[in-house]
Design a protein around this ligand. Structure first.
Ligand SMILES: Cc1ncc(COP(=O)(O)O)c(C=O)c1O
Length: 401
């Protein structure tokens, strides 16, 4: 059965990651390795289904109800009813792209350089509903929020924009976006604000009350340190009634399982679709992935997201100047509100990024290479004490590459 209490997490202690095959794992912005607690939760869930089959479902459904409350608390949502489960960030973006009450000629404002998960569904919606996509440059946001927001204002000026979609943290540069200010500007122009929070939740504080944010989608395999296959979507309660439930499935209705549990006469197709965010849960969800998220969130809660954020900043504060000394160019924000869990740098003049990245990974330092940047993304188990070893590995890699 399920473990009564989770193991303890400690900043800088990777004891719960005993199978990790890297000396330093700095790719939490890509995919987090699951902790022993996560592995155990997945195994226990499957064992429970192996033993009990259908009878295990209520146990895990109840566990997910608690998880929904904890996710709501993490992002500052007023109620667990404002949170629906998805299978990844993209499916949350698609839910809103399909269900938004579009009118032909509406405009959607996006940002240049966004991860495609926060572009493709809007492109599909543009084609399906006759929308115009407008891209705003991120350049100004790198210099100051005021400059970036001024560029956004231009895109909102004619009043035709209905939605602004933005990542809370940019995947390529680690730039943290002023989502509350973006939401406010959107509202002033008669638009709404959608946030892709997968590069933030778990390591960067996020609060949907500020703005307020209208929609937020997130997956769990990055900074939430779960596995692939589980995500969530937040919808502000004032926005639910206007959504068109184009993604509804059999579990989206009121009392959807009565016909399976209460005898004859309950099979109906006219039950209303639930007027809360979980209408997006049209069918069964990947239970082991949600058990994974539950277990990893328990560890993150023990430490708290603001504490993790500070811990990660201390790590990056040690790494960044040493990389600059070696000729790398850091694109980390100069101001603290623009910083996230990722430190992204460009390779020194004349050094090709791809062989360098390969050489660093071969030195047992996991990092990523999003569109030509080297990205280092530590999390709570990384200790700042490992930074000298990371730098030594990079020096060896530079020698080889
Ligand atoms: C900003 C951003 N959004 C979305 C994704 C992908 O989301 P998912 O695979 O959870 O749909 C990524 C990275 O994989 C990302 O960096």
């Amino acid at each position: 059965m399920l473990s009564p209490s989770p193991p303890r997490a400690a900043l800088g202690d990777r004891a719960l990651f005993s199978s990790l095959a890297f000396d330093a794992y700095l790719n939490h912005a890509g995919i987090s390795p699951p902790s022993r607690a996560v592995v155990a939760a997945v195994a226990e869930t499957l064992e429970d289904y192996a033993a009990r089959g259908f009878a295990a479902w209520p146990t895990h459904n109840e566990r997910r109800a608690r998880l929904r409350e904890r996710l709501a608390a993490m992002i500052g949502a007023a109620s667990a009813n404002d949170v629906g489960f998805t299978t990844n960030t993209t499916s949350g973006v698609m839910d809103i792209a399909l269900c938004f009450p579009w009118k032909s000629g509406d405009a959607v404002v996006l940002f240049e350089g966004e991860f495609p998960a926060n572009v493709t569904p809007w492109q599909r919606a543009a084609e399906t509903f006759g929308l115009e996509l407008r891209f705003v440059s991120l350049e100004g946001f790198h210099r100051s929020h005021e400059e970036g927001l001024a560029a956004l204002d231009v895109a909102l000026a004619d009043g035709r924009a209905r939605l602004v979609a933005v990542s809370a943290v940019q995947f390529q540069t680690g730039l943290r976006m002023p989502i509350a200010a973006i939401a406010k500007r959107a509202h002033q122009a008669g638009a709404q604000c959608f946030v892709d929070a997968v590069q933030a939740c778990g390591a960067v504080p996020v609060d949907v009350r500020e703005g307020p944010v209208d929609y937020l989608a997130c997956g769990s395999h990055k900074w939430l340190m779960g596995t692939e296959g589980a995500g969530f979507l937040y919808v502000h309660p004032s926005r639910i009634a206007q959504l068109v439930p184009r993604v509804a499935g059999w579990l989206s209705h009121e009392e959807p399982v009565r016909f399976l549990l209460e005898g004859a006469g309950h099979l109906r197709y006219d039950r209303p679709v639930r007027a809360q965010t979980n209408f997006i849960e049209g069918g069964n969800v990947p239970t082991p992935s949600f058990a994974a998220l539950d277990a990893s969130l328990a560890l993150i809660e023990q430490l708290s997201v603001p504490t993790i954020f500070e811990h990660v900043q201390r790590y990056l504060d040690a790494l960044e100047p040493a990389l600059i000394d070696r000729g790398f160019r850091s694109v980390r924000s100069a101001f603290s509100e623009g910083r996230s869990g990722s430190l992204c740098v460009l390779a020194p003049e004349g050094v090709a990024i791809e062989p360098l990245h390969r050489a660093i990974v071969r030195e047992r330092v996991a990092c990523a290479m999003p569109d030509g940047h080297l990205r280092f993304s530590p999390h709570w188990p990384n200790s700042v004490d490992e930074v000298p070893a990371v730098l030594a590995a990079i020096d060896r890699a530079m020698g080889r590459a």
